[in-house]
Design a protein around this ligand. Structure first.
Ligand SMILES: [Zn+2]
Length: 242
């Protein structure tokens, strides 16, 4: 899968790939920006490829490319494209040295669902939770991450991104805590564990979607240590709709 590309020199393109076998890697596509190159269309974000990468002295080189799916449908609609871009951005951000492609099947499944008309927001939320697990950054949602005790069924729960997840009612409130309504917690647990194809059967109100996004965004931005550009762009798109 092509995560991103940038121009290199006069005619080349530097491509960031994510594969089942090697995780994230960079390789150069030589001569791909020449007018006659037939590979240019295959080497762009979202392209699912079968490719042969040759070891180079400084940079690996893409020797052969077979396009399996360009996911052209994702480009039909700017909002859909931005949600899909958010998914690629997360893979790019959280694929560390030890990542040998653990999120690849999930990435491919999520893009197929988005292209097939699934709810992009819930699909992306489910992807966020599962990708965090694959990257070893899963939020704690079943016990209190401050005292290690059960979350119980009484009192107000909190969520603290820096501490790693849910906080029980008995632990009280500190400055970084956000309110975690029990309905939001249940939605998170469903999105994390249900079959990805079933997540958009869930009915989630606009208010719950906004709270879910705020909590997960704070968690992702803290643990990936960067602002999420696609989500910021989605804010702009939403403002324009109103
Ligand atoms: Zn606690």
């Amino acid at each position: 899968m092509v995560l991103r590309c940038r121009d290199l020199g006069e005619t080349d393109r530097l491509v960031t790939l994510y594969s089942r076998e090697h995780g994230k890697q960079q390789a150069v596509a030589r001569g791909v920006r020449r007018a006659a190159s037939r590979r240019a269309g295959s080497l762009q974000p979202f392209a699912h490829l079968r490719c042969l990468v040759a070891r180079g002295r400084t940079l690996d080189v893409i020797a052969q490319v077979e396009l399996l799916n360009s996911f052209a449908k994702l480009r039909d609609d700017l909002t859909l494209l931005t949600w899909a871009g958010h998914i690629l951005e997360l893979v790019d951000a959280a694929a560390g040295e030890g990542d040998r492609g653990a999120s690849f099947p999930l990435l491919l499944a999520a893009l197929h669902l988005l292209a097939g008309g699934a709810d992009p927001e819930l699909t992306a939320r489910a992807f966020e939770l599962r990708h965090l697990s694959a990257a070893g950054l899963e939020p704690e949602l079943t016990i209190c991450c401050r005292c290690g005790g059960p979350l119980g069924d009484q009192g107000e729960l909190r969520f603290n991104p820096a501490e790693g997840g849910a906080i029980c009612a008995a632990c009280g409130k500190t400055s970084g805590d956000r309110l975690l309504r029990r309905g939001i917690l249940a939605t998170m647990l469903y999105l994390k564990d249900a079959d990805l194809r079933q997540v958009d059967r869930l009915v989630v109100s606009a208010r719950d979607r906004a709270e879910l996004e705020a909590l997960l965004r704070a968690y992702l931005e803290f643990h990936l240590d960067r602002p999420l550009r696609s989500l910021a762009f989605l804010d702009t798109l939403r403002e324009q709709e109103h």
